[in-house]
Design a protein around this ligand. Structure first.
Ligand code: ASP
Length: 406
């Protein structure tokens, strides 16, 4: 999960391609490719449940400050929810209008190793059925949710546990500290798991090339173009408008003062690593330090417009590739789960990949989809991280203006 990952992924893709061109369809290579892919998926599945559980739990427990800063707390959460919902809606609307990848047929080459477990049956189309299904998945035994990788159940359990801990624990509680420490350890574990990615890539590229599915490259380019264009639209039109109307900051001033954190976000792909520069920028924008110290760290963990937009568009793209028809229920599920997933994603490079699995599992898209996304992950992560960071800074400006903090 550092600067070596991207070159390694490219190299792995090349190795898979060269092997498939030189030795197409060799039985032992086909078996090896399937094994590599299986290994990657198993490692992902191993890490996703604890990662989601603890990152949501530690985010909620950190909300302690909302007790002292109730008004800022309410405004902040409202801002996060509204802007994230807006970003996903923008993504889903653009994809509804432009889906250039449908010019090529869906994949038939990839044998899916993972089960098509769905949280929402794709044939269920009534609103009542959608709500019933969602509730049935949300309120379940926590151990069952963890064991079955029921992400909605895991998130619900960790939210209610987090809220109850907030009520009973003192602010300097050792339990809270332990939760943050365990969460950090799990992030570390996740960063190790990422090193299995190149192995998975070799496997999937070998399988795809052997089956001559090179149209996928064009489809990936089209998908990347749609994600980048829509994210830029959010960054250039939507967020500056919110800063202007809600925070009284002119677009030119916003560009000037947020330029540095955006460059750092582009180069680090991490909202968390960009935090020190973001604090500086918030100060330049005239935001009080009380607001900045509350809104920025929380935002770096839970306010991710770029991530939510990416996850929504990626789910629709992958559903097409795997030949799944997403109906209204499934699209609403993508919306809700992408929102939750962006809240649960840590502000680190590729932090949203675990959340992406949530979205895929929720509507029954095979987890192999992650491997396809990883081929374009680096450039897309840089752009969505800068949208995440700009969203946090605009939030600071708007909240500071309305929260009456001196
Ligand atoms: N890299 C992103 C961030 O730090 C998270 C993600 O979408 O992967 O904001």
């Amino acid at each position: 999960m550092d600067r070596y990952l991207f070159p390694t992924v490219v190299l792995a893709a090349l190795v898979g391609f060269v092997l498939a061109t030189a030795f197409p369809g060799t039985p032992w290579l086909l078996e090896g490719a399937a094994l590599f892919k299986e290994l990657f998926l198993s490692v992902l599945k191993m890490i996703v449940a604890p990662l989601v559980f603890f990152s949501v739990l530690s985010g909620i427990v950190r909300l302690d400050a909302a007790k002292q800063l109730r008004r800022i707390g309410t405004l902040t959460i409202a801002y996060y929810v509204i802007t994230t919902a807006f970003a996903i809606t923008l993504g889903l609307t653009v994809v509804f209008l432009f889906h250039p990848w449908t010019n090529a047929p869906p994949l038939s080459a990839i044998e899916t190793a993972s089960t098509h477990a769905t949280l929402i049956g794709t044939s269920e189309n009534t609103f009542g059925a959608l709500v019933r299904n969602l509730l049935a998945q949300m309120f379940v035994n926590p151990f069952a949710a963890l064991a079955k990788l029921n992400i909605l159940g895991i998130v619900t359990n960790s939210i209610v546990l987090g809220l109850s801990l907030l009520m009973v624990l003192p602010s300097d509680s050792v339990v809270k500290r332990s939760i943050h420490e365990i969460t950090n350890a799990i992030y570390k574990l996740a960063s190790w798991a990422v090193w299995v990615v190149p192995i998975g890539i070799v496997g999937i590229v070998y399988q795809m090339t052997t089956n001559a599915n090179l149209a996928l490259i064009g489809q990936l380019a089209a998908f990347s173009g749609v994600v980048i264009g829509t994210t830029l639209l959010h960054m250039v039109i939507i967020l500056p408008s919110i800063a202007w109307l809600g925070g009284g900051i002119q677009p030119a001033t916003l560009v000037k003062k947020t330029f540095r954190p955006i460059v750092v976000a582009l180069s680090s792909s991490s909202s968390a690593a960009t935090l020190p520069v973001s604090f500086h920028a918030a100060n330049d924008l005239g935001v009080s330090s009380t607001t900045a110290s509350f809104v920025l760290p929380l935002g770096a963990t839970i306010n991710m417009d770029g991530t939510a937009l990416f996850e929504g568009v990626a789910a629709i793209f992958l559903a097409y590739l795997f030949g799944l028809d997403l109906n209204a229920s499934a699209t609403v599920t993508v919306f809700l789960v992408a929102m939750l997933a962006s809240i649960g994603a840590p502000g680190i490079p590729s932090g949203s990949m675990a959340g992406m699995q949530m979205v895929l599992l929720a509507v029954g898209i095979p987890l192999e989809g992650i491997l396809i996304l990883l081929m374009v992950e680096r450039p897309l992560d840089t752009i969505r991280t800068s949208a995440n960071v700009l969203g946090d800074l605009v939030g600071c400006v708007v909240i500071d203006r309305h929260a009456d903090v001196n």
